[in-house]
Design a protein around this ligand. Structure first.
Ligand code: PLP
Length: 372
């Protein structure tokens, strides 16, 4: 069913007009970018132009960008191919990091910020070569992580540093040099590009063990014929996102208004991570006493798309590992929904969400009171 109000940008963002135009133009011209003839050279030009645009988004050099089939692949390439004996990952990383290999989980504070003192202790406790993976911003809470501090600390121990910047790219300014990470993962569809395209950005001189082997594409770092149209869309979206960073930052006004209204209206409601610096669009909201599934159904019936902080796989809803790591109880984690705004969001959309949120809460509490 088409949703009237889309507030799930952290799951995937709508395709930007610039990305659609670039993809349609690319689809009209076939050619393998590895072919030396004119068809191939044209496809190659599209890929290289996108590489410039994606590199610019994170102030990297084009040669540092490896295109992949999404951030899941970029993360797996790093975690599975680092050659490091120990992997330390923050406890709030995306599952594509946590499932890619056994990782020592670095705890976070109650606000969802990685605990630097704990990271220091974990690094000091074992002198085997390590890889440290800490995301730039969390997908559920939007909390921004101190990646530069993590990198400075980890580098003192000779560790490699990976940053999953999927939820920060296009939302806050990012520069490879300032982040200090050796490897950075990006995803096109979170910033208005197509799904199934991403990139791994690699510090100069750092060898990358390819996850996929075969052809010599991407300077022998990722085999497989490039997804030319997808990559062209990624490039155009990256450029549009870089050009609209200040507009994105303005979403904080709508998000803060939303939280102020809901927290004032319902005792016990809270926004996880609100005490820390966050990307402007994300709110992780606890509606006390109401299961996330009930909330999602209520929002869906009202034509509003949001998502649960809990992961639902094979019909079983498990409480979010992010919220549990922040010290939330299972019950709280199961009553939390994520709202993520974007460039199509209006004040009316947020007004409607506030209205429906309160209706869902009132209905659920009235039901509980009558069955008591
Ligand atoms: N990392 C983070 C923080 C994400 O939010 C996501 C998407 O949900 C991914 C990685 C995976 O990205 P992709 O869908 O491009 O594989």
């Amino acid at each position: 069913m088409a949703q009237a109000i889309y507030l799930d940008f952290n799951a995937t963002a709508p395709l930007r007009e610039e990305a659609r135009a670039a993809m349609l133009a690319a689809l009209d011209h076939f050619g393998n970018p590895s072919s030396v003839h004119a068809f191939g050279r044209r496809a190659r030009r599209l890929v290289e132009q996108a590489r410039l645009q994606v590199a610019a988004l994170v102030e990297a050099a084009p040669a540092q960008v490896i295109f992949t089939a999404g951030a899941t692949e970029a993360n797996a390439t790093v975690i599975m191919g680092s050659g490091r004996e120990r992997v330390l990952a923050s406890a709030i990383e995306h599952d594509s990091v946590l499932s890619a290999g056994p990782a020592v989980r670095v705890p976070v504070t109650g606000d969802g910020v990685v605990d630097l003192a704990a990271l220091d202790r974990l690094l000091a406790a074992d002198d085997r070569p390590a890889l440290v993976s800490v995301m730039a911003a969390n997908n559920e809470t939007g909390v921004i992580q101190p990646v530069a501090e993590v990198a400075a600390l980890a580098h003192r121990y000779g560790a490699l540093v990976h940053c999953d910047a999927v939820q920060a790219a296009g939302k806050v300014p990012l520069a490879l040099g300032t982040l200090g990470a050796d490897l950075v993962s990006l995803s096109a569809h979170k910033l208005g590009g197509p799904q199934g395209v991403g990139a791994l950005v690699v510090r100069d001189g750092l060898p990358v063990r390819p996850l996929l082997r075969g052809g010599g594409q991407e300077r022998r770092r990722r085999a497989g014929t490039e997804n030319v149209a997808g990559i062209a869309g990624f490039g155009a979206a990256a450029r549009a996102a870089a050009d609209s960073l200040s507009a994105f930052a303005g979403l904080a006004t709508l998000r803060d208004h939303l939280e102020a209204q809901l927290l004032a209206a319902v005792p016990g409601a809270c926004a996880f991570g609100a005490g820390a610096a966050r990307v402007a669009n994300t709110s992780c909201l606890l509606m006390p006493g109401v299961a996330a599934e009930t909330q999602l159904m209520g929002f869906d019936l009202a034509g509003i798309a949001v998502s649960a902080g809990s992961a639902c796989s094979s019909g079983k809803v498990t409480p979010s590992h992010v919220l549990l790591a922040m010290g939330a109880s299972e019950a709280e984690a199961e009553e939390t929904v994520r709202v993520s705004l974007g460039w199509t969001t209006t004040a009316q959309d947020v007004g409607r969400l506030i209205e429906v949120w309160q209706q869902i809460h009132q209905r659920a509490t009235a039901r509980t009171a009558s069955s008591a």
